[in-house]
Design a protein around this ligand. Structure first.
Ligand code: ARG
Length: 497
């Protein structure tokens, strides 16, 4: 025991680490810095204190604390909560700072924690020790009773589940914000026609409202996925101890309910080792981000000179440092890119968990940066996307003109011939020949005279011109989920309700 240059003490008063009793050497500074997590997990201080307050009550039930002791602990924990808001810790030990702005005004603004300025308990290894160290400063030996029958393994698991429940609610709020923005714009554009695309080639006319409501459907599923993740996260690991279950008669179910969980985890090993609730939330975030990347990718296309379907107000765009002509949709581009970042966060956590033997492993400390980053990124991107959607200035006339060019009524002509009895395959070939002629003679299908149309098929009669218009084309898509104006109005009413 005790290498040269290191203090060599038996019986372990040497280190102020919680495990000092067994250790005869001071921690190596590099290893010490490397293993700390306070700079990342300090944002869990509220969850940690909530967990501890509930746990102290459970310790009264277990006969470990008197009611008077529990009250003193509770008051001290409440004081610590105000002292820690925002967390006063240094950024020591921090590897890689998160580059997201705080997701929401108010409390979340304390993240990332300040890098400078010694805090009162800056030496603590993680947020759990920071709270406990401060408690012991305040209460002396009584503060040391709180951890009876508890491990940081069940403690960090409960903190993280409480965090997921809060974060999930914030995510759902942000999803709702974007849904409302899309719905408001759809309502405004119930009669704006645009080309619908396949292969990024003009295909058939659709209503802009229909296009925007497609994103509302995606977001609705995203909300469902987040809610599912929250339902499965709603289980309390507290009382599982380090891995085998607490050695004190904790009423785990009452404790779970005290913390607002639906139930207590059924298996102590699973309780401390499981992080699939975090994976699930990150998976839901990743899928939502893929949706945002598609929306923002379209905003980039639409605001290009090539499309010119929409413009962004100056306040929502950025300029170029060199080219005075530029107005760039930078925020939309960044949302598109950050979808990759969140998918990376999901991969990060999947790889942390892969192959880990039961139960707790220190690897699990690495869950937080990925989870926090994924959630923060998704929330801010949802907010940014909502702002962009609300700001888009659509050029209705240009979109309408674009909707008609590219022979987008060809399917209407083929459907017309089919309704007159021609097998669809033959109708498709006939109209294909009409399109080829139109390209050669620079005419749209709607520009052909009845006589010209009849050269392609005698089945054409004067009523064909009712179909060869944008309004006719839209009206004919009159099925559930189609772009017929009446159907889109119905869909809008449904999503509003
Ligand atoms: N900071 C750790 C984490 O985030 C919790 C501490 C568990 N440490 C331990 N030695 N069992 O996972």
């Amino acid at each position: 025991m005790g290498g040269a240059g290191q203090a060599d003490v038996e019986g372990g008063e040497l280190s102020d680490q919680p495990w000092g009793g067994r250790f005869g050497e001071e921690p190596d500074p590099l290893i010490d810095r490397f293993t700390r997590s306070l700079a990342v997990d300090s944002r869990l201080y509220r969850e940690d204190i909530a967990g501890s307050r509930a746990y102290a009550k459970a310790l009264v039930g277990a006969g470990v604390l008197t009611a008077e002791e529990q009250l003193r602990i509770d008051l001290a924990l409440q004081e610590i909560q105000s002292e820690f808001s925002p967390p006063p810790f240094t950024g020591e030990g921090r590897v890689g700072a998160a580059s997201n702005p705080p997701p929401l005004a108010g409390e979340a603004a304390s993240y990332p924690p300040p890098l400078a300025g010694e805090g009162t308990v800056g030496a603590s290894e993680d947020i759990h020790m920071a709270v406990e160290d401060r408690l012991r400063q305040k209460l002396g030996p009584l503060g040391g009773k709180l951890h009876t029958g508890r491990s940081r393994n069940d403690q960090v698991a409960v903190d993280l589940r409480l965090y997921v429940k809060t974060a999930g609610a914030q995510l759902i709020d942000a999803v709702s914000g974007l849904e409302s923005a899309l719905i408001a714009r759809a309502e405004e554009h119930l009669d704006t026609v645009m080309p619908g695309y396949t292969h990024t080639q003009r295909a058939q006319p659709v209503l802009l409202a229909h296009h925007l409501l497609a994103y509302v459907e995606m977001l609705h599923r995203d909300r469902g996925r987040i809610q599912d993740a929250l339902n499965r996260a709603d289980v309390s690991p507290l009382g599982a101890g380090a891995l085998a279950g607490s050695g004190f008669p904790i009423d785990r179910t009452a404790l779970a309910h005290e913390l607002g969980f639906a139930a207590a985890a059924a298996n102590s090993l699973d309780a401390v080792a499981d992080r699939d609730f975090a994976l699930e939330l990150l998976a839901a975030c990743s899928i939502a981000m893929v949706h945002l990347s598609r929306l923002c990718g379209e905003i980039v296309l639409w605001t290009s000179v090539e499309f010119s379907f929409a413009a962004l107000p100056d306040a929502l765009a950025s300029g170029s440092s060199m080219m005075p002509n530029k107005k760039n949709p930078c925020a939309a581009e960044l949302v598109r890119a950050k979808s990759g970042r969140v998918a990376g966060d999901l991969m990060n956590l999947l790889m942390v968990l892969k192959g880990l033997p039961l139960a707790y492993n220190r690897d699990l400390q690495e869950d937080k940066e990925a989870l926090f980053d994924g959630v923060d990124t998704t929330i801010v991107c949802l907010q940014v996307a909502a702002r962009l959607v609300l700001g888009l200035q659509f050029d209705r006339d240009l979109m309408r003109t674009a909707a008609l060019s590219g022979y987008t009524l060809a399917t209407e002509a083929a459907d017309y011939l089919s309704r007159k009895g021609l097998p669809f395959r033959d109708a498709h070939r006939v109209v294909g020949q009409m399109v080829a002629r139109g390209i050669a003679t620079h005419q749209g299908l709607e520009d052909f005279s009845l006589e010209e149309l009849q050269q392609f098929s005698p089945l054409f009669s004067a009523d064909v011109f009712d179909y060869l218009t944008l309004e006719g084309a839209l009206k004919s898509r009159d099925v559930l989920g189609g772009t017929a104006p009446a159907r889109v109005k119905e869909a809008l009413a449904r999503v509003k309700a």
